[in-house]
Design a protein around this ligand. Structure first.
Ligand code: GLU
Length: 461
């Protein structure tokens, strides 16, 4: 194990926002890339929002994405407790160090951090009074993403509020020191806090860690940052909508990081191997719903058939399409011929439901198109004896038979395809027609052709 120690330090809010998930992911990737340790620390000082439920949402989301932590809640570790709400004694101990070093003072019940430097007063337009300022030496941050950042604090700041609660800046730094954190990878919104944090690190006798502030995620259009109300912002929605976790994780990797050759769909082992600060872009990342859906579809298409069958069975059972009596081989055949056309597991019942049930949706647009030209009923009547007689019933043999039927009738074979597709599935698209007919089998195809004739012969007569 290397000396690298990184942490994800969320304040659970009840939602797992993709911005947080991406921060967790980059920390995890860096830990796995360097062979270091990934710590999960819960910044739960806001007692109202930090409920058991909020913690569950967060940890479930991390587990779903496969972001396992080496130290933290549930797994423990040598640097606990991993909840800020349980670390009050540690904060008091560190406060004592600052008191002993003469770096604090009390004012109106609060404890302030005293900056070092020449003091002067200045009129504050906003507060309409004179305020005390300090000329400090700037803190120089060699940020791994933003480059060199120089910032100087000019006002003492609060460490403990008058209600006795320590503030974020203080507990965050104390935890990073006492947990031996070597690299702080977090959202760019924290860049403005970094000079305060460096002041505290140094006052506590510690070198600041390496910082990497990662770019914000913008909503899919417009200038704003992605908020929890934006479509696609919450990990729990991807869980609910049955995205593949590996696909979501792969997409999140690309939100702010890119592999040198711009590849997109990459196995996680390869991402881990290639992940480094060099590949993190300093420009903001824009959320792209279509790309996420595209990567998810790619992952679905790459699944081994057995895994796919295992994943989709519960969905098909839930929809009442398959049950214990469904033939396993038939299910696998259906998936084999349909996998190429799958886009999302949630869309699966609509895509392949007709293989299992006669009660499928009829696409009216396609129906309109089919009846607009030619004579669909006659084409189906011609196909029936072919389906009855066709011996091997493979995609290839069906192709050859339809070809010669078409020839004998003076048509192109594609004259038959859309009608046949509509008659067996009610749709205008879907899996390739001939493998689909071959999989459905003679009996089902004939049954549907007959139904088609019955329904439309009466409705058009
Ligand atoms: N609790 C802070 C947050 O959720 C952590 C900031 C940090 O990573 O230092 O933004």
């Amino acid at each position: 194990m290397s000396d690298v120690r990184v942490r994800f330090a969320p304040s659970p809010t009840g939602f797992f926002h993709i911005g947080s998930a991406r921060t967790a992911l980059f920390n995890w990737l860096y830990a796995r890339h360097t062979g270091g340790t990934f710590v999960l620390r819960i910044e739960d000082t806001d007692k109202e929002r930090n409920t058991e439920e909020a913690l569950r949402v967060l940890m479930d989301g991390m587990k779903w994405l496969g972001l396992d932590w080496d130290e933290g809640p549930e797994v423990g570790g040598d640097h606990g407790p991993y909840f800020q709400s349980q670390r009050s004694d540690i904060y008091r101990e560190y406060l004592q160090k600052l008191i002993d070093a003469g770096r604090t003072y009390e004012k109106e019940g609060a404890i302030f951090f005293r900056l070092e430097g020449e003091r002067y007063t200045e009129y504050d337009d906003y507060k309409k009074c004179e305020v005390e300022k300090v000329r400090t030496t700037p803190q120089i941050i060699d940020d791994q993403v933003r480059g060199r950042v120089e910032r100087a604090e000019e006002k003492d700041f609060v460490l403990y509020r008058s209600n006795g609660e320590p503030v974020f800046h203080f507990v965050n730094v104390v935890d990073d020191i006492s947990m031996g954190i070597t690299h702080v990878i977090r959202g760019e919104d924290h860049l403005s806090n970094t000079s305060k944090h460096c002041e505290l690190f140094r006052a506590l006798g510690a070198e600041p860690p390496v910082f990497a502030h990662i770019p914000l995620i913008l909503k899919s259009t417009g200038p704003g940052k992605m908020s929890k109300r934006d479509e696609g912002a919450l990990i729990e929605d991807y869980q609910k909508n049955r995205f593949l976790p590996a696909a979501v994780r792969n997409y999140l990797c690309l939100l702010g990081w890119s592999p040198k050759d711009d590849s997109e769909v990459l196995p996680i082992d390869e991402i881990i191997e290639r992940f480094d600060f060099d590949g993190i872009n300093s420009g903001n990342a824009r959320f792209d719903e279509k790309k996420m859906a595209h990567i998810n579809a790619e992952y679905i298409r790459q699944l081994p058939l057995e895994t796919l069958a295992w994943m989709v069975s519960p969905i098909l059972v839930e929809e009442g399409l398959v049950d214990d009596s469904t033939d396993e081989d038939y299910l696998q055949d259906v998936l084999r011929v349909s996998q190429e056309k799958m886009t999302a597991l949630n869309a699966l019942p609509a895509l392949i439901g007709f293989f299992f049930s006669n009660d499928y949706a009829i696409d009216e647009k396609t129906q309109g198109r089919i009846f607009k030209k030619g004579d669909p009923l006659a084409r189906i009547r011609e196909l029936i004896p072919l389906i009855e007689a066709e011996e091997s019933f493979t995609a290839d043999s069906l192709d050859a038979s339809i070809e010669s039927l078409a020839e004998s009738q003076g048509f192109k074979k594609f004259e038959y395809f859309p009608v046949a597709r509509f008659a067996v599935s009610g749709a205008g698209g879907g899996p390739d027609l001939l493998p689909m007919i071959s999989t459905l089998g003679r009996h089902r195809v004939l049954e549907r052709f007959q139904n088609f004739l019955e329904i439309h012969a009466t409705s058009t007569s």
